[in-house]
Write a protein that binds this ligand. Structure first.
Ligand SMILES: C[S@@+](CC[C@H](N)C(=O)[O-])C[C@H]1O[C@@H](n2cnc3c(N)ncnc32)[C@H](O)[C@@H]1O
Length: 323
């Protein structure tokens, strides 16, 4: 099994159907990952071209390899959403379709050295770009004070037990020294919560009590919500009028930002997680309509896809056409 075969693109059939046109199109895949969606687009219409971005050097290497199979049709770029303006300097109103499939790839999650998951023991890293000088999960877990940790877990993990979790992390490291690995952190949290494994996901399956804390750390390490917010704003300028923006998200914080972007609501980063009153949001939306929203109801995986790829259970697809 190759590294790339480990990542199954989510909602692929929907993505291809939504982008399908019987004419030449230029796409921007903002999240190349293992290239599943890009490859689908390239195969679906032999006249289309894909510009592919990823902040993870490993993903970009895969894109360069794939580009050899599609001469002059796939153009890989290494960078992150917030750098889009510099990367695509002269490409305003240029793309017919832009795809953003948020979050982490299975390649990132399944590589213990990347430190994203407690399913494998690895260093507490979680940087999507391992060469970046940004903070790591180790820095957050071992250097933040209890209040800051608690705040992160509340805001970005939306875990009600944020105080208790922050306290047990803080107490552990004060007594025994730094927490070094993913499984060590997961165990500290589990034991701190009294060995409570009673959390369940939307399908009522048990989930590890450290799941939301891991999500929170990953979001902060990669500045994911600011990246998403800025990425959407910049993607808007790169998209042609009449072009399609399609976004897939995996948790409510991402989905909220995407939904509000389509509604034309401009938010300050501090407001991402606050409960803004819906009436004032709707009023603002009326002033800045930029898309014809095509998904009154979000698109989600059907039973067949859920069977094949359990990760697709939390995927939500929204798309709109630039006015
Ligand atoms: C869910 S995966 C994409 C999978 C891909 N659609 C496929 O079919 O293989 C998300 C990818 O987006 C990348 N990514 C996440 N945030 C990013 C950002 N701000 N800028 C650029 N790439 C980002 C991650 O490194 C990861 O490779």
């Amino acid at each position: 099994m190759t590294k790339t075969s480990l990542h199954i693109p989510v909602l692929l059939e929907h993505v291809l159907k939504i982008f399908y046109r019987n004419e030449r199109q230029i796409f921007l895949d903002l999240t190349f990952g293992a290239g599943g969606h890009t490859k689908g687009l390239l195969n679906q219409n032999e006249n289309c071209i894909v510009y592919a971005l990823d902040r993870d050097q490993n993903a970009v290497e895969l894109a360069h390899n794939l580009a050899k199979e599609y001469p002059k049709r796939l153009f890989p770029f290494h960078g992150q959403f917030s750098q889009l303006k510099n990367i695509f300097k002269n490409k305003e109103n240029y793309f017919d379709g832009i795809l953003l499939d948020a979050g982490t790839s299975s390649m990132q999650l399944n590589d213990p050295q990347r430190g994203f998951s407690f399913r494998h023991d690895g260093p507490l890293d979680m940087r999507m770009n391992s060469k970046s000088k940004s903070v790591t999960a180790y820095d957050l877990v071992n250097k933040l004070d209890e209040t800051a940790l608690s705040r992160i877990i509340r805001l970005y993990g939306e875990d009600k037990r944020h105080r208790k979790i922050a306290r047990c992390i803080y107490q552990w490291r004060s007594t025994f020294g730094p927490i070094l690995t993913t499984t060590q952190l997961a165990n500290v949290i589990k034991v701190g919560l009294g060995g409570n494994a009673s959390d369940v996901d939307k399908l009522n399956r048990p989930i590890h009590p450290a799941t939301k804390t891991f999500q929170a750390l990953r979001i902060v390490v990669n500045d994911e919500l600011n990246e998403l917010y800025n990425g959407l704003e910049l993607a808007y300028t790169l998209l042609k009028p009449g072009g399609t923006l399609l976004c897939i998200s995996f948790h409510s914080l991402e989905d909220r930002i995407i939904k509000r972007h389509f509604q034309g609501i401009v938010l300050h980063p501090d407001e991402f997680s606050s409960n803004l009153d819906e009436t004032s949001l709707r009023n603002q939306a009326e002033k800045q309509i930029r898309y014809n929203i095509q998904t009154k109801h979000i698109i989600q995986a059907d039973d067949n896809e859920l069977d094949e790829n359990p990760k697709s259970r939390s995927a939500k697809l929204r798309y709109g056409i630039k006015l």
